[in-house]
Ligand binder design. Structure first.
Ligand code: PLP
Length: 386
């Protein structure tokens, strides 16, 4: 059966080049990068090369600003805990209502522990007003943690503007950049961020690897306390094969950025326009332009997202309803709720997320098969009237 994978915001295919790069570090180069002997030296050098490639992708001033972690979630936690543990007299966190659970669940956990948490609202198009960030800052604010791009809608937040505000108040700023990296041009030096989190498996590296950018001069406390690895910023022997693969994936992401902005965007736009034209009572969730080039979140009124996904899956198509982490629950996603999307639309929302491995022929396939799926489900929907 033909398969069309359009769930790249959940996870991506590992680039064959990244697999090739990591294999020697699973087979012959198994030394511990901290060891003094030659087994370790070769491996330690590969880790540092990967660090340089990740630093280059982010425009970091120095490779030493990159700390490897086990995933995006760990990078987010490290940033937030580091701020709280270095600003011990402050107890206020500013974030948004639409963060990924990697930040949102931690913020709610901290709230239960007695921290003050401000969750900023978004507009109906998913956008955030930076003036709301400024208004929320108090003398007690330890950290602002706001995502760069939303995983469900692809909506972009004005990170440079928020960074300038945070810097002018001397408040630390972290951005969860897991979805934006590799899709939009990015330079941490223009953003005024202290911390930036990324995840390997969203940019064609394997699962189980992430990285945190920590701006030089930012006071820091490790999240994983242990050995001296990562210059004392993360205990635990480095996951070398994954780190090497992340370096390769970062290098490729930089090389493919134009393709993402042109060809991938073109496929996404054609898919979106085609579906909206062919399917009545369908609409895009999220701002028209201020959006990642690969993401389209479309609501089909009066049908269930889960039912759509099952029928798509029968025809080999993979997408997502809500975020990968919230699917499984029948509640509409917290992101669509924060945007005020009416229930009749929110329940039938599907996130299509493309990558450079998608093709025009795959877009044609989806455009051919989606309209009959929605029509069939509407035939059996008690709410749908033609
Ligand atoms: N932040 C965002 C915006 C995400 O989309 C994800 C993954 O879905 C994460 C954080 C978590 O990354 P990881 O799966 O590497 O922990």
């Amino acid at each position: 059966m033909k398969t069309v994978y359009l769930d790249n915001n959940a996870t991506t295919q590992v680039a064959p080049e990244a697999v090739e790069a990591m294999l020697p570090f699973l087979r012959e180069h198994y030394g511990n990068p901290s060891s003094m002997h030659s087994f370790g030296g070769r491996v330690g050098k590969a880790v540092e090369e990967a660090r340089e490639l990740v630093a280059e992708l982010l425009g970091a001033e120095q490779p030493s600003e990159i700390v490897f972690t086990s995933c995006g979630t760990e990078a987010d936690s490290t940033a937030i805990w580091s701020a709280l543990n270095t600003e011990t007299k402050k107890n206020h966190i500013i974030t948004t209502r639409v963060e990924h659970p990697a930040v949102r669940s931690l913020a709610l956990h901290l709230k239960r522990k007695g921290y003050q948490v401000t969750e900023l609202p978004v507009h109906s198009d998913g956008l955030l007003d930076p003036r709301d960030v400024e208004r929320a800052i108090t003398k007690k604010t330890a950290i602002i943690s706001i995502m760069s791009a939303n995983n469900e809608t692809g909506v972009l937040f004005p990170i440079a503007e928020i960074g300038a505000i945070a810097a002018s108040y001397g408040v630390k700023f972290h951005t969860d950049a897991v979805q934006i990296v590799g899709k939009e041009p990015l330079n941490v030096q223009d953003l005024n961020v202290n911390f930036l989190a990324l995840s390997g498996h969203k940019i064609h590296a394997p699962k189980g690897i992430g990285a945190l950018y920590v701006k030089r001069g930012t006071r820091f406390r490790p999240f994983l306390i242990g050995g001296h690895q990562e210059r004392g910023r993360r205990g635990g022997t480095e996951g070398v094969p994954n780190i090497v693969a992340l370096g390769k994936a970062a290098q490729m992401a930089l090389a493919h950025l134009d393709d993402e902005q042109t060809r991938v965007r073109g496929m996404r736009d054609r898919l979106e326009k085609g579906l909206l034209a062919a399917i009545p009572s369908s609409k895009v969730n999220g701002h028209g332009e201020k959006r990642l080039p690969n993401t389209s979140n479309i609501s089909f009124e009066h049908v269930e997202g889960e039912a759509i996904l099952l029928m798509m899956s029968d025809l080999g198509m993979a997408a997502s309803s809500g975020s990968a982490c919230t699917s499984g629950s029948l509640e509409p996603s917290h992101v669509l709720r924060a945007m005020g999307v009416p229930y009749t639309f929110a329940h039938g929302s599907i996130r299509f997320s493309l990558s450079r491995y998608n093709t025009d022929a795959e877009v044609d396939y989806v455009l051919e098969h989606m309209p009959p799926i929605i029509a069939r489900l509407r035939e059996i929907s008690p709410f749908w009237k033609d």
